[in-house]
Design a protein around this ligand. Structure first.
Ligand code: PRP
Length: 178
């Protein structure tokens, strides 16, 4: 058990996550015929664990790249701005892109990324997200593939997601309770 002034309440265990991610990976793989390279883009930092579990199931003709974004937040809420940290050097023109996100919350980050890759001439842009949080959506956007959807507005940590940079390493997903 983790020692914290907050309570961590388990939402999805490691085995449940493993099974769902495998199922989602199969669904994604079936939609790409494999004749063309698929460029999988991990959105750092939060998606690192989901990304690494997901791409293991993709076989060959897949390349990987990493983009670091940061959204401006007012407390726990997105303030709408998305900032790219560092340069994304991978050519995207003519490629099928799969954006791999940990969370779609307000939707600003995913909207930014779809526009970003379309502007760079990608042949197609799709997205996979680990967790959909529809309650705070500010833009009309939905990920093409979603592992889990939260039915209530909870603050979650673990499986890549942080609170003040902590808990990202946990293999389970928890609600952080004050
Ligand atoms: C989080 C999360 C998503 C984004 C989603 O990133 O990882 O990328 O917010 O929020 P949105 O739908 O409201 O735009 P954050 O900026 O907290 O950075 P991190 O991934 O490094 O934790």
């Amino acid at each position: 058990m983790i020692k914290t002034p907050y309570g961590l309440q388990l939402l999805y265990g490691a085995e449940e996550i493993r099974r769902r991610v495998q199922e989602l990976a199969r669904e994604i793989r079936a939609d790409f015929d494999g004749s063309k390279e698929l460029l999988c883009v991990c959105v750092l930092k939060g998606a690192f664990m989901f990304f690494s579990d997901l791409v293991k199931h993709f076989g060959d003709n897949v390349t990987t790249a990493f983009i670091r974004l940061s959204s401006y937040r007012d407390g726990q809420k997105s303030a709408g701005g998305v900032r790219q940290v560092g340069r994304f050097a991978e050519p995207a023109a003519g490629k099928d892109i799969l954006i791999v996100e940990d969370i779609v919350d307000s939707g600003f980050t995913l909207q930014y990324l779809i526009r970003y890759f379309k502007k760079r001439g990608a042949a197609s842009v799709r997205s996979a997200c680990f967790l959909d949080k529809p309650h705070n959506r500010a833009v009309k956007i939905k990920s093409d593939y979603t592992a889990f959807t939260l039915s209530e507005n909870r603050f979650v940590v673990g499986y890549g997601l942080d609170y003040a940079q902590k808990y990202r390493n946990l293999p389970e997903l928890y609600e952080l309770k004050a």
